[in-house]
Structure formats: structure tokens, C-alpha cells
Design a binder for this molecule. Sequence first.
Ligand SMILES: [Zn+2]
Length: 228
Amino acid sequence: MADDHAEDKEEEMEPEIEPEVEPEIAEEIIKGWVPKTRIGRLVKEGKIKSIDEIIEKNIEIKEPEIVDALLGELKEDILEINMVQRMSDSGRRTRFAVTALVGTGNGYIGIGRAHAKEVGSAIRKGVGRAKLNIMHIERGCGSWQCGCGRGHSVPFSVTGKSGSAEITIMPAPRGLGIVANDTAKRVLVLAGIKDAWTFTSGETRTKVNMSYATFNALKQIVGTRGVI
Ligand SMILES: [Zn+2]
């Protein structure tokens, strides 16, 4: 449902190793945006030019526009839309739950979940929350079979959990691709991991838990710049 994999083909045509995002301010987003936070105002005024300045200082991002302005157009992937129905005294109450991913395909990835009465607003809220959760992972080549030293995989094995779902993401040689279930693969693709082995256990078919477990595993390679 609402899966948009139109980007997949584009992805294949891109160079194998993409450059880091240029810290360019997206002019159009800036124009119509009235920031509500101090960080938002600094971004709009051009005093903060890179999302990394915010992420590295552990400053909470409270406006999705900050991410739009600093990273430009993000790829979005709606992982799941669930209809939740409840009976109450006044009748049936329907709500939608959405799990959304945003990413640049080269190191920035966010995940968010939201509920709303209408599908459209649930998606917008989910995407907005995913932006607020954006993180910058340091990719690497932790594969002894490869040793190319480029950022096509994970620098070392990382494990993450959510609910009963657990995943270990392991470095793989260039050209292998991502060996993972669909949900984990979608997270890794948006994060910009090109090659990886994975090992999963628990309730891996629950998309919410599987995607959060993958995101949690990637949290271990946030800010490892220079360490590897
Ligand atoms: Zn390599």
C-alpha cells in the first residue's frame, strides 16, 4: 500500500559511492517558513548551514522544516499503514497508524510513527516525525573480504532490537547488495547502505518492530567519524 519504489531504478543508475550531501540551504523551503524555534530561526537566517551542526550537538529538532531546509528533498518510504478500529459508546471509531521512513540515500535516515483520523494526515505526521528523528550514520567497509575502505557497508557489525524483533547488520563486500528481509532492506537502502549481510530473530514480520530494530542497530554507527 502506498509503496513508492519508483526511486529504485534511479538508485541503480547512481554512482556506487555517493558524495556527502552538500550543505546547501533549500531556498524554496526557507521562503514560506516561519520558524517557531531558536534553531529554526538560525537555520532560516543562514547561521546554521549544516544539519550535522545540530545533530553533533545533540540538539533536539522540533521543526521538520529544519531538516527540509538543510538536507533538501528527502526520499520518503511509507513502510506501513494500519487501520485501527475501536468500538465505543458512540459507534465505530477508525484511525490510521503510519510508519514512515525518510532518508537521503547517503547516510541520513529517520523513522517516525503517527496516528490520525485520516490517512493523509497520518502520513504527513509520520513523515514529519521521521524528519525530527533524523540521524547521520557513518558508513564504512568493515568487510575483510573487501577492504576497499569506502562507505558502502557498515564499518562493523551492529545489533538492534525493538519489541521481540532483533537484527544484526554485518559488513559485506562491494557488489553483494543487501541480504535482508524487505523491511530491513528498505531502512538500509534509505540510509545509503549498499552491501550488508543481516541476521534476524524474533517477530521479524512485524514491520514496526523490524524497522525500529534496524534503525536502532544503525544508531550504533552515529558519529563514529574518525574512529574507524
Ligand atoms: Zn569495501
